[in-house]
Design a protein around this ligand. Structure first.
Ligand SMILES: [Zn+2]
Length: 416
């Protein structure tokens, strides 16, 4: 850390510099050169035959920037086909992404995300390095190299990442879980968003609060099967019932404001309208809008594509937007979950509509709300829980407190 340099001291140093001639080692660098620095989290979020989707989070570790360009090179012939929350262009292997109108300003420590779909063949390695406005992102701030003698003033250290501990009031987990919960949060801090989990702003929580306590869904019917009106309604009911299991552990806890979170399917995406055996207009229907080889509801209506929460180009307006997708794929084993929603097998889900616990869906909704996976470590040996895949089929007390720990860390964001 460098103590702040006040005006008087700065004047003295400048005077000394001016009075010093050749060979001087005295330079004022920290005070006049803009600090630059950045950290990039590049994540392939889904991959299919010949295509992939990626998420990029840029954290500005230097002085404030108003307008940014992030550049990288692909080494395996990948191409970017379509982007959101940034304008992306490509020339040969060189890709440049420029901010959208609403995410160009990044203060010190601020982060923003954008996403894109691309194509690849063979392998799909992540880029080895990135530059932000021309400065290589090393994860640490740097100042421009002076052409004159080396600075004697160290680079200012920007503040970045969370600096205040989470509140402890309202936080009273059972004594036997306190240690494991701390381990879990440490793991989150080490592995999420390049060590800055709170810099990410599209968790399920963010979506829930942006939508004032309700969640809208799009069903991506990635299937050749038909759907009756009765099945449509059973799907909506099952989804709402499973969602309620997570929300109910938050009701009344530590200032969480909602007692009931309405979950509504507002849209269906299919390949062929004839698969849907109803004629009423109770849901929006999107036909043959294929993304990632699967039907998808309109992007202008999707939260994932409009992370500022504005839906100016959504037909029907913001009331028709969707926060999550429930992506149901024929023959899909296991599941996937994230800020975009949840993906599970169509046969599994349709066969579980009457089940009390649709445990793969519960697990994936947990991911949407930030909860971690536990494939390679176990904070609670010998005791199953839903987020440790395959070890439990219901939300356990440990799952409950992991969810509540996210609320503890995020709630100040929403004014609680
Ligand atoms: Zn998982």
């Amino acid at each position: 850390m460098v103590p702040p340099m006040n005006g008087a001291r700065l004047a003295v140093v400048l005077a000394a510099t001016l009075a010093t001639t050749a060979g001087a080692a005295l330079m004022v660098t920290g005070a006049q050169a803009a600090a630059a620095g950045c950290r990039v989290d590049y994540r392939v979020t889904s991959q299919w035959s010949g295509g992939f989707g990626a998420d990029v989070t840029v954290t500005n570790l230097g002085d404030r920037v108003d307008g940014w360009t992030l550049a990288w090179s692909y080494t395996a012939g990948q191409t970017v086909s379509q982007a959101w929350n940034a304008s992306v262009s490509q020339s040969g292997s060189r890709v440049t992404a420029t901010n959208a109108s609403y995410n160009g300003s990044l203060g010190t420590g601020a982060a923003t995300s954008f996403g894109f779909n691309g194509t690849f063949s063979g392998t799909n390695p992540a880029p080895a390095s990135f530059t932000l406005n021309g400065t290589t992102c090393t994860g640490a701030p740097t100042t421009p190299t002076p052409s004159t003698p080396a600075p004697t003033t160290p680079t200012p250290t920007p503040t970045s990442g969370p600096t205040t501990p989470p509140p402890t009031s309202g936080w009273n987990p059972p004594a036997n879980l306190a240690g494991p919960l701390n381990q879990v949060w440490q793991h989150v801090e080490q592995t999420y968003n390049n060590g800055n989990p709170l810099g990410f702003r599209n968790y399920g929580w963010d979506q829930l609060f942006a939508n004032r306590g309700a969640i809208n869904y799009c069903v991506r019917w990635d299937s050749s099967a038909t759907v009756t009106a009765a099945q449509r309604d059973q799907i909506q009911a099952a989804l709402a019932r499973q969602y309620k299991k997570w929300i109910s552990v938050m009701v009344g806890h530590n200032g969480f404001p909602y007692t009931d979170v309405p979950v509504k399917v507002v849209g269906w995406a299919v390949r062929d309208r004839n698969q849907l055996q109803w004629s009423d207009n109770s849901v929006d229907i999107y036909v043959n809008n294929i993304r990632e080889n699967a039907p998808q509801c309109s992007e202008p209506c999707g939260r994932y594509f409009n992370q500022n929460g504005q839906y100016p180009n959504c037909p029907g307006g913001a009331a028709h937007h969707y926060d999550h997708s429930l992506w149901l794929t024929d023959g899909f084993a296991g599941g996937a979950g994230g800020d975009w929603g949840q993906r599970i097998g169509r046969e599994y889900f349709m066969g579980s509509l009457g089940s009390d616990n649709i445990h793969i869906l519960l697990h994936e909704i947990g991911h949407t709300y930030g909860l971690d996976d536990f494939y390679d470590w176990d904070p609670l040996p010998g005791q199953g829980f839903i987020m440790k895949a395959g070890s439990a089929t219901t939300i356990t007390e440990f799952d409950t407190w992991m969810l509540r720990d996210w609320w503890r860390h995020l709630k100040s964001r929403y004014g609680y």
